[in-house]
Each structure stands twice: as structure tokens, then as C-alpha cells.
Design a protein around this ligand. Structure first.
Ligand code: SOE
Length: 375
């Protein structure tokens, strides 16, 4: 079976996923055969050029003409267009892979998760939290699931970038509540919430996030419109957020993200402390996992996660020949397309996307009322 894919969106995420689809046949020969069938967008000229560059057979300017005609629909557009096309595809029985966060609002995420439930088990609906597919994160999950860190006491995640530090950096859809829903909270915090749920959210570890207290901050409240003659638009979302979390099983959590963390380009770090040991991960050193075991008490040791028996690595290069950010998209596409071919489950699903959205909404509510909020 050749899976014909329709993709909405051809900028940053369009390129990341098109690159991943192009790499699959060479590095994952057991992956399903895939055709980059149709690229969807509004600007026909830009679309033609992107389709040519990204290897698509055709273009369409209306997603409604596509969602019922392909074997899988990728929604890689800005957050405000995640819901309607994805729901239409699911109602047509077409599997959907949607970029994160699932939606700008909790209501939108609930509607999308309902559509996925109603589409039934044979129609995978995935939320593209690509950091679950970093080999070092999979290695961390193996340690945690084996109980090697013991009782989880602390889970900490922060995602620091600095691309908006310059007040002259132009306005974009990521700065607008209508288009994005939130700022660093949804764009970056969604990743961290999902990753902590993936790593320690099981009942025998920290469990789900139960209560949260958080704050949002906007440092620069208007930005110039690129290419305009001095026109500005308001920034109606957060530039940064921080939160503290109470997990079901008593563990404590801290979360933060910023677009103003000078000196940090794409620094997503996770730290887990348990009764038997700890682990530390940084996206800026994504081939490594730092692990500390109390019974050896030698402090943190750096594990280079590039051996052939490490997750996904047998598909790439010999040990030590490190991989990068883009490879996480190859891994998540490999898993999603196998689910499409088999009509099976894919995680993270729309349920996971909704679970993350509930945490984001609780942080927004806590920021508004200044109190702890139950999730
Ligand atoms: C923000 O700049 C961003 O592109 C996020 O939207 C992505 O999800 C993240 O992986 C990298 O940074």
C-alpha cells in the first residue's frame, strides 16, 4: 500500500516533515511507501515553489478538496487552523497528524479529541510532539519504566529561547492570541508538559499533573509588522511563563519557558530526581543523557546514546556518529505512518494533545486568578 499524504503548511514544519518523509525510504526500509501527494496553502505562487522544493506531486488551495482524497492528512499550519481541517479529515475517516499545540484553546482541543474518538480506533490521530522521539528521551523512559530512579520526587522542565529579545524583532502569528492561543506557554510549554507526562506520568511513577500555579508575562507589548512602513501590532500573548506543579503521587514539578532567555537558542531541558537516582537531558546536547544512581554515588555520568541497540539508532550511523533535531521528525513519521498502514494506535494521540492543553489552560487560569488550579 502506498500512503498518499496531503500536507497543509509548507514553511518551517512543512520543511521538517517533508525532509523526514524523504529520508524514510533510505534509512527505514521497512517504513510504508509514501507519496507526498498534495501540498495545501493559500498563496498559489509560493505553493508551486514549495511543492517543487519539498517534492509534492500537486498543490491545492482549499483543504476541503483534499481531506477526503488522501490516505493521511498532515496539519502543519498555524495553531488557529488546526481544528477545522483536522476535524473534517477525521469525519471523512482520514488519519491526521497535527502539529503542536493541538489547538489555540482548550475548547478547540476538546473538539479535536472528540472527532478523533468518533473516527474510531482504525483512524490514528497524532499530535506531533517530536521530542518524545529523541533516542536519549526513549533511553530515559526505559530507565524510568524499569524503576531505576525509584520514587519520583521532582520533575523539572524548561524550554528557553531568545528569538524575541530584540524589541525590533517583527510581529508574527506566534505573538497573537487569536492565531496562536498563547505564546511561549503553548509553543514551548506544550512540549515540556507532554514530555513530562510521557516520562513520569504513569501511575507507578509521578502520575498525572493534579494541581498547578503559574504566571504569564509579556515583556514587549507591540512589534513592528515586517515590510510595513512603521505599522505595529499588539503582542497579545505571553513572552514567558513559569509554573509549579503537584503531581498525583506527591512529586513536585516546575515548568518554565521563555522567548527572552538571552543566550539560549533552543534549550529544552528535563531533570528528574528520584529516590534511587536522577537524570538530566538538554536538547542542545540531544545525543546525551546524564544519569546519576545513588547506589554508585559517583555523581552524574554522561551516557552517549548512539549505540545500535539504542532507540532508532540502528537505522542511522555507527556509534558516536551523532544525530540531530531533524531526525526526531523522521522517527515520529516512521511511527505514525506504520499506525496509518496498520490502522493502529499512535502516541502521542489527540488525547495526549488534549491532556497537555488542559495543563496550559490551568496555567492561564491560575495566572488570571492568582490561585492554584486543579487540572
Ligand atoms: C518555536 O520557535 C519553535 O519552532 C516551536 O514552535 C517548535 O515546536 C520547537 O520544536 C522549536 O521552536
Amino acid at each position: 500500500m502506498t500512503i498518499e499524504i496531503g500536507v497543509l503548511g509548507y514553511r518551517f514544519m512543512g520543511k521538517a516533515h517533508a525532509n523526514a518523509l524523504a529520508r524514510l525510504p533510505m534509512f527505514f526500509p521497512d517504513a510504508p511507501d509514501v507519496e507526498r501527494s498534495v501540498l495545501v496553502g493559500r498563496d498559489e505562487a509560493a505553493l508551486e515553489d514549495a511543492a517543487d522544493r519539498l517534492g509534492f506531486d500537486s498543490i491545492a488551495t482549499d483543504w476541503a478538496d483534499v481531506v477526503d482524497d488522501v490516505d493521511a492528512f498532515y496539519n502543519l499550519g498555524p495553531n488557529h487552523i488546526h481544528a477545522e481541517p483536522s476535524i473534517a479529515a477525521l469525519e471523512a475517516g482520514t488519519p491526521v497528524f497535527c502539529e503542536k499545540p493541538l489547538a489555540p484553546t482548550l475548547e478547540g482541543a476538546e473538539e479535536m479529541a472528540t472527532a478523533a474518538r468518533e473516527a474510531g480506533d482504525g483512524v490514528p490521530a497524532g499530535c506531533a510532539f517530536n521530542y518524545r522521539f529523541v533516542p536519549a528521551i526513549r533511553y530515559a523512559k526505559r530507565l524510568l519504566d524499569a524503576g531505576e530512579l525509584g520514587e519520583i520526587r521532582h520533575a523539572r522542565g524548561r524550554y528557553l529561547q531568545d528569538w524575541l529579545v530584540d524589541p525590533d524583532a517583527p510581529w508574527s502569528w506566534r505573538n497573537d492570541e487569536e492565531l496562536a492561543g498563547s505564546g511561549a506557554l503553548g509553543d514551548l510549554g506544550a512540549h515540556t508538559v507532554d514530555l513530562l507526562r510521557y516520562l513520569v506520568g504513569d501511575d507507578d511513577l509521578a502520575g498525572e499533573m493534579e494541581r498547578i500555579s503559574g504566571q504569564l508575562q509579556t515583556f514587549v507589548d507591540e512589534r513592528q509588522v515586517e515590510g510595513s512602513d512603521g505599522e505595529t501590532r499588539p503582542v497579545t500573548v505571553d513572552d514567558a511563563y513559569s509554573a509549579q506543579v503537584a503531581f498525583e503521587n506527591g512529586a513536585m514539578g516546575t515548568l518554565e519557558a521563555s522567548r527572552f532567555a538571552t543566550g539560549h537558542k533552543n534549550d529544552h531541558t528535563i531533570e528528574i530526581h528520584g529516590s534511587e537516582g536522577s537524570l538530566r537531558f538538554s536538547l542542545e546536547r540531544l545525543n546525551e543523557l546524564e544519569v546519576m544512581r545513588t547506589d554508585e554515588n559517583r555523581g552524574y555520568e554522561t551516557v552517549l546514546v548512539t549505540d545500535e541497540d539504542d532507540p532508532y539508532l540502528e537505522h542511522w550511523w555507527p556509534p558516536g556518529h551523532v544525530i540531530g533535531w531533524e531526525h526526531t521528525f523522521v522517527h515520529e513519521n516512521y511511527e505514525f505512518l506504520q499506525a496509518v498502514e496498520s490502522g493502529g494506535e499512535f502516541e502521542p494521540s489527540f488525547e495526549d494533545g488534549l491532556a497537555a492543553q488542559r495543563v496550559l489552560a490551568a496555567i492561564e487560569e491560575s495566572d488570571e486568578n492568582g490561585e492554584w488550579v486543579s487540572i
